[in-house]
Design a protein around this ligand. Structure first.
Ligand code: BT5
Length: 271
Protein backbone atom coordinates (compact mmCIF):
# COMPACT_ATOMS: atom_id res chain seq x y z
CA UNK A 1 0.00 0.00 0.00
CA UNK A 2 1.28 3.48 -0.86
CA UNK A 3 1.89 5.59 2.20
CA UNK A 4 1.97 9.32 1.64
CA UNK A 5 5.18 10.57 3.20
CA UNK A 6 4.33 13.74 5.15
CA UNK A 7 7.99 14.62 5.38
CA UNK A 8 8.53 15.08 1.64
CA UNK A 9 7.30 17.77 -0.71
CA UNK A 10 5.24 16.29 -3.55
CA UNK A 11 5.85 17.54 -7.05
CA UNK A 12 2.36 16.35 -8.07
CA UNK A 13 0.71 18.40 -5.33
CA UNK A 14 2.81 21.43 -6.23
CA UNK A 15 1.96 21.08 -9.94
CA UNK A 16 -1.74 20.90 -9.03
CA UNK A 17 -1.68 24.02 -6.83
CA UNK A 18 0.53 26.26 -8.97
CA UNK A 19 0.64 28.81 -10.48
CA UNK A 20 -0.53 31.35 -7.92
CA UNK A 21 -0.87 34.96 -9.12
CA UNK A 22 1.18 34.09 -12.20
CA UNK A 23 4.03 32.49 -10.24
CA UNK A 24 5.09 28.86 -10.04
CA UNK A 25 4.91 27.56 -13.61
CA UNK A 26 6.96 26.13 -15.12
CA UNK A 27 8.05 24.29 -11.99
CA UNK A 28 11.45 22.60 -11.70
CA UNK A 29 11.61 20.29 -8.72
CA UNK A 30 14.91 18.81 -7.59
CA UNK A 31 15.51 16.27 -4.86
CA UNK A 32 19.04 17.66 -4.52
CA UNK A 33 20.79 20.47 -6.34
CA UNK A 34 23.74 22.83 -5.84
CA UNK A 35 21.80 26.09 -5.61
CA UNK A 36 18.24 26.84 -6.75
CA UNK A 37 19.38 30.40 -7.58
CA UNK A 38 22.03 29.06 -9.98
CA UNK A 39 19.50 26.73 -11.62
CA UNK A 40 16.92 29.53 -11.96
CA UNK A 41 19.53 31.88 -13.49
CA UNK A 42 20.49 29.18 -15.98
CA UNK A 43 16.81 28.73 -16.94
CA UNK A 44 16.25 32.50 -17.17
CA UNK A 45 19.25 32.84 -19.48
CA UNK A 46 17.67 30.16 -21.69
CA UNK A 47 14.51 32.30 -21.85
CA UNK A 48 12.37 30.68 -19.14
CA UNK A 49 9.42 33.03 -18.43
CA UNK A 50 8.43 35.25 -15.51
CA UNK A 51 7.09 33.03 -12.74
CA UNK A 52 9.43 30.08 -13.34
CA UNK A 53 9.95 28.33 -10.01
CA UNK A 54 12.82 26.11 -8.89
CA UNK A 55 12.29 24.12 -5.69
CA UNK A 56 14.81 21.80 -4.07
CA UNK A 57 14.52 19.38 -1.17
CA UNK A 58 18.23 19.79 -0.53
CA UNK A 59 20.92 22.25 -1.64
CA UNK A 60 24.53 21.16 -1.59
CA UNK A 61 25.93 24.61 -2.46
CA UNK A 62 23.22 27.00 -1.24
CA UNK A 63 24.41 30.59 -1.26
CA UNK A 64 23.90 33.67 0.87
CA UNK A 65 25.11 37.13 -0.14
CA UNK A 66 28.74 37.89 -0.93
CA UNK A 67 29.77 34.25 -1.27
CA UNK A 68 28.45 33.24 2.14
CA UNK A 69 26.98 29.76 2.53
CA UNK A 70 23.33 28.90 3.07
CA UNK A 71 22.55 25.53 4.67
CA UNK A 72 19.47 23.64 3.50
CA UNK A 73 19.70 19.94 4.39
CA UNK A 74 17.32 17.38 2.84
CA UNK A 75 13.56 17.48 3.49
CA UNK A 76 13.73 19.95 6.36
CA UNK A 77 13.67 23.45 4.88
CA UNK A 78 12.21 25.41 2.00
CA UNK A 79 14.68 26.34 -0.74
CA UNK A 80 13.16 28.04 -3.74
CA UNK A 81 13.99 30.53 -6.46
CA UNK A 82 11.64 32.48 -8.69
CA UNK A 83 12.47 34.02 -12.04
CA UNK A 84 10.90 37.49 -12.18
CA UNK A 85 10.92 39.75 -15.20
CA UNK A 86 9.67 43.07 -13.81
CA UNK A 87 9.29 46.06 -16.12
CA UNK A 88 11.32 49.26 -15.64
CA UNK A 89 13.32 48.01 -12.68
CA UNK A 90 15.69 50.63 -11.23
CA UNK A 91 19.10 49.73 -9.74
CA UNK A 92 17.86 51.12 -6.40
CA UNK A 93 15.03 48.54 -6.35
CA UNK A 94 17.41 45.93 -4.89
CA UNK A 95 16.26 46.69 -1.33
CA UNK A 96 12.59 46.52 -2.21
CA UNK A 97 13.14 43.18 -3.96
CA UNK A 98 14.78 41.71 -0.85
CA UNK A 99 11.91 43.10 1.20
CA UNK A 100 9.43 41.51 -1.20
CA UNK A 101 10.79 38.06 -0.31
CA UNK A 102 11.16 38.83 3.39
CA UNK A 103 7.62 40.25 3.65
CA UNK A 104 6.15 37.26 1.84
CA UNK A 105 7.92 34.89 4.26
CA UNK A 106 7.02 36.94 7.36
CA UNK A 107 3.34 36.99 6.39
CA UNK A 108 3.33 33.28 5.54
CA UNK A 109 4.79 32.56 8.98
CA UNK A 110 1.99 34.68 10.45
CA UNK A 111 -0.49 32.07 9.09
CA UNK A 112 1.31 29.51 11.28
CA UNK A 113 1.02 31.74 14.34
CA UNK A 114 4.68 32.81 14.13
CA UNK A 115 5.27 36.57 14.50
CA UNK A 116 8.30 37.52 12.40
CA UNK A 117 10.31 40.69 11.94
CA UNK A 118 12.62 41.77 9.14
CA UNK A 119 16.27 42.54 9.82
CA UNK A 120 16.97 45.09 7.15
CA UNK A 121 17.36 44.35 4.35
CA UNK A 122 16.91 40.60 3.81
CA UNK A 123 16.67 38.44 6.93
CA UNK A 124 13.52 37.18 8.59
CA UNK A 125 13.88 36.99 12.36
CA UNK A 126 11.82 35.45 15.11
CA UNK A 127 12.77 36.21 18.72
CA UNK A 128 16.01 37.77 17.39
CA UNK A 129 16.97 34.55 15.62
CA UNK A 130 17.28 34.08 11.88
CA UNK A 131 14.57 31.82 10.47
CA UNK A 132 14.83 32.70 6.75
CA UNK A 133 17.04 34.52 4.28
CA UNK A 134 16.49 36.11 0.87
CA UNK A 135 19.02 36.34 -1.94
CA UNK A 136 18.21 38.67 -4.83
CA UNK A 137 20.32 38.49 -7.96
CA UNK A 138 19.70 40.72 -10.97
CA UNK A 139 21.04 40.27 -14.48
CA UNK A 140 21.46 43.72 -16.05
CA UNK A 141 21.66 44.51 -19.74
CA UNK A 142 22.93 48.06 -19.56
CA UNK A 143 20.30 49.96 -17.56
CA UNK A 144 17.63 47.31 -18.15
CA UNK A 145 17.10 44.33 -15.85
CA UNK A 146 17.01 41.26 -18.04
CA UNK A 147 15.69 39.16 -15.13
CA UNK A 148 15.66 38.92 -11.36
CA UNK A 149 16.22 35.76 -9.35
CA UNK A 150 14.46 35.89 -6.01
CA UNK A 151 15.88 33.12 -3.82
CA UNK A 152 14.26 32.25 -0.51
CA UNK A 153 15.40 29.83 2.17
CA UNK A 154 13.25 29.06 5.22
CA UNK A 155 14.23 26.82 8.13
CA UNK A 156 11.13 24.72 8.80
CA UNK A 157 12.02 21.56 10.72
CA UNK A 158 14.60 21.36 13.53
CA UNK A 159 16.88 19.36 11.18
CA UNK A 160 17.20 22.49 9.00
CA UNK A 161 18.99 24.47 11.71
CA UNK A 162 22.74 24.74 11.12
CA UNK A 163 25.05 24.21 14.06
CA UNK A 164 26.42 27.27 15.88
CA UNK A 165 29.85 26.99 14.28
CA UNK A 166 28.32 27.20 10.79
CA UNK A 167 26.56 30.51 11.33
CA UNK A 168 27.45 33.99 12.52
CA UNK A 169 24.02 34.86 13.95
CA UNK A 170 21.58 32.93 16.20
CA UNK A 171 19.17 30.69 14.25
CA UNK A 172 15.81 29.02 14.68
CA UNK A 173 13.16 27.18 12.63
CA UNK A 174 9.41 27.48 12.15
CA UNK A 175 8.45 24.29 13.98
CA UNK A 176 10.56 25.20 17.01
CA UNK A 177 8.63 28.46 17.37
CA UNK A 178 5.17 27.24 16.28
CA UNK A 179 5.58 24.16 18.49
CA UNK A 180 3.63 22.05 16.00
CA UNK A 181 4.06 20.19 12.72
CA UNK A 182 4.14 22.68 9.85
CA UNK A 183 3.12 21.62 6.35
CA UNK A 184 5.94 22.78 4.06
CA UNK A 185 3.64 22.53 1.03
CA UNK A 186 1.16 25.10 2.44
CA UNK A 187 3.99 27.30 3.67
CA UNK A 188 5.60 27.30 0.22
CA UNK A 189 2.28 28.23 -1.44
CA UNK A 190 1.74 31.04 1.07
CA UNK A 191 5.22 32.44 0.32
CA UNK A 192 4.56 32.36 -3.44
CA UNK A 193 1.18 34.04 -2.89
CA UNK A 194 2.86 36.81 -0.88
CA UNK A 195 5.48 37.43 -3.57
CA UNK A 196 2.70 37.55 -6.18
CA UNK A 197 0.62 39.96 -4.11
CA UNK A 198 3.44 42.38 -3.27
CA UNK A 199 5.35 42.35 -6.56
CA UNK A 200 2.97 44.72 -8.40
CA UNK A 201 3.47 47.08 -5.43
CA UNK A 202 7.27 46.93 -5.44
CA UNK A 203 8.63 49.91 -3.52
CA UNK A 204 5.29 51.75 -3.25
CA UNK A 205 4.03 53.38 -0.02
CA UNK A 206 1.92 50.39 1.02
CA UNK A 207 4.85 48.04 0.66
CA UNK A 208 7.35 50.29 2.42
CA UNK A 209 4.95 50.76 5.29
CA UNK A 210 4.29 47.00 5.60
CA UNK A 211 8.07 46.49 5.60
CA UNK A 212 8.56 49.30 8.13
CA UNK A 213 5.95 47.82 10.46
CA UNK A 214 7.98 44.60 10.66
CA UNK A 215 11.38 46.28 10.92
CA UNK A 216 13.57 44.62 13.56
CA UNK A 217 15.59 46.76 16.03
CA UNK A 218 13.39 49.85 15.59
CA UNK A 219 14.61 52.40 18.18
CA UNK A 220 17.62 50.20 19.03
CA UNK A 221 21.34 50.79 18.54
CA UNK A 222 22.85 48.85 15.65
CA UNK A 223 26.11 48.72 13.82
CA UNK A 224 26.02 48.62 10.02
CA UNK A 225 29.21 47.33 8.43
CA UNK A 226 29.87 48.28 4.83
CA UNK A 227 32.94 47.58 2.70
CA UNK A 228 35.67 48.36 5.18
CA UNK A 229 33.80 50.94 7.25
CA UNK A 230 31.12 50.71 9.87
CA UNK A 231 28.58 53.10 11.29
CA UNK A 232 26.62 52.85 14.53
CA UNK A 233 23.31 54.49 15.22
CA UNK A 234 19.73 54.12 16.38
CA UNK A 235 17.30 52.60 13.84
CA UNK A 236 14.66 55.21 13.02
CA UNK A 237 12.72 53.40 10.29
CA UNK A 238 12.86 53.34 6.51
CA UNK A 239 12.83 56.10 3.91
CA UNK A 240 10.18 56.06 1.19
CA UNK A 241 12.84 54.45 -1.01
CA UNK A 242 13.52 51.61 1.44
CA UNK A 243 16.83 52.98 2.80
CA UNK A 244 17.53 52.44 6.50
CA UNK A 245 17.37 55.64 8.56
CA UNK A 246 19.94 55.82 11.34
CA UNK A 247 20.31 58.51 13.99
CA UNK A 248 23.99 58.89 14.88
CA UNK A 249 25.33 59.79 18.34
CA UNK A 250 25.60 63.47 17.36
CA UNK A 251 21.93 63.49 16.30
CA UNK A 252 22.74 63.50 12.60
CA UNK A 253 20.38 61.34 10.52
CA UNK A 254 21.81 59.26 7.70
CA UNK A 255 20.28 56.98 5.10
CA UNK A 256 21.92 53.65 4.36
CA UNK A 257 21.17 52.11 0.96
CA UNK A 258 21.15 48.37 0.33
CA UNK A 259 24.54 47.26 -0.83
CA UNK A 260 27.02 44.92 0.67
CA UNK A 261 26.55 45.36 4.38
CA UNK A 262 25.99 43.60 7.66
CA UNK A 263 23.64 44.81 10.34
CA UNK A 264 24.12 43.75 13.95
CA UNK A 265 22.45 44.83 17.17
CA UNK A 266 25.17 46.59 19.15
CA UNK A 267 24.77 44.28 22.16
CA UNK A 268 25.71 41.31 19.92
CA UNK A 269 28.61 42.92 18.11
CA UNK A 270 31.11 40.36 19.30
CA UNK A 271 29.22 37.46 17.61
C1 BT5 B 1 21.05 35.14 3.18
O1 BT5 B 1 22.33 35.56 2.98
O2 BT5 B 1 20.46 35.11 4.22
C2 BT5 B 1 20.38 34.65 1.90
C3 BT5 B 1 20.02 33.21 1.95
C4 BT5 B 1 19.27 32.79 0.72
C5 BT5 B 1 19.13 31.31 0.64
C6 BT5 B 1 18.25 30.89 -0.52
S1 BT5 B 1 17.83 29.21 -0.46
C7 BT5 B 1 17.22 29.25 -2.06
C8 BT5 B 1 18.15 30.13 -2.85
N1 BT5 B 1 19.25 29.39 -3.42
C9 BT5 B 1 20.44 29.78 -2.91
O3 BT5 B 1 21.56 29.28 -3.23
N2 BT5 B 1 20.25 30.75 -2.01
C10 BT5 B 1 18.85 31.12 -1.90
P1 BT5 B 1 23.20 36.30 4.07
O4 BT5 B 1 22.44 37.45 4.65
O5 BT5 B 1 24.48 36.55 3.40
O6 BT5 B 1 23.36 35.24 5.21
C11 BT5 B 1 24.23 34.15 5.08
C12 BT5 B 1 24.63 33.75 6.49
O7 BT5 B 1 23.50 33.16 7.16
C13 BT5 B 1 25.72 32.69 6.54
O8 BT5 B 1 26.99 33.26 6.53
C14 BT5 B 1 25.43 31.97 7.85
O9 BT5 B 1 26.01 32.66 8.94
C15 BT5 B 1 23.93 32.11 8.00
N3 BT5 B 1 23.20 30.89 7.61
C16 BT5 B 1 23.53 29.96 6.70
N4 BT5 B 1 22.58 29.03 6.59
C17 BT5 B 1 21.61 29.38 7.45
C18 BT5 B 1 20.35 28.83 7.79
N5 BT5 B 1 19.86 27.72 7.23
N6 BT5 B 1 19.61 29.49 8.74
C19 BT5 B 1 20.05 30.62 9.32
N7 BT5 B 1 21.25 31.20 9.03
C20 BT5 B 1 22.00 30.58 8.11
Amino acid sequence: MFMYNQAMLSVTRLQADLPILGLGQPLYFHQSIGSTNDRAAELAKQGSPHGTLVVAEEQTAGRGRAGRKWYSPANAALALSLVLRPKDLKPESMGALSALGALAVAEALGNEGVEAGIKWPNDVLVHDRKIAGVLVEISWEGDEAEFVILGIGVNVRPASIPSDDEVDFPVTCVEAVAKKHVDRHSLLLAVIEGVGRWSPQLGNNAMISAWNSRLAYLGKEVEVRMEGESVSGRVDGLTSGGCLLLVLKDGKRIEVAVGELHLRPVDRRSN
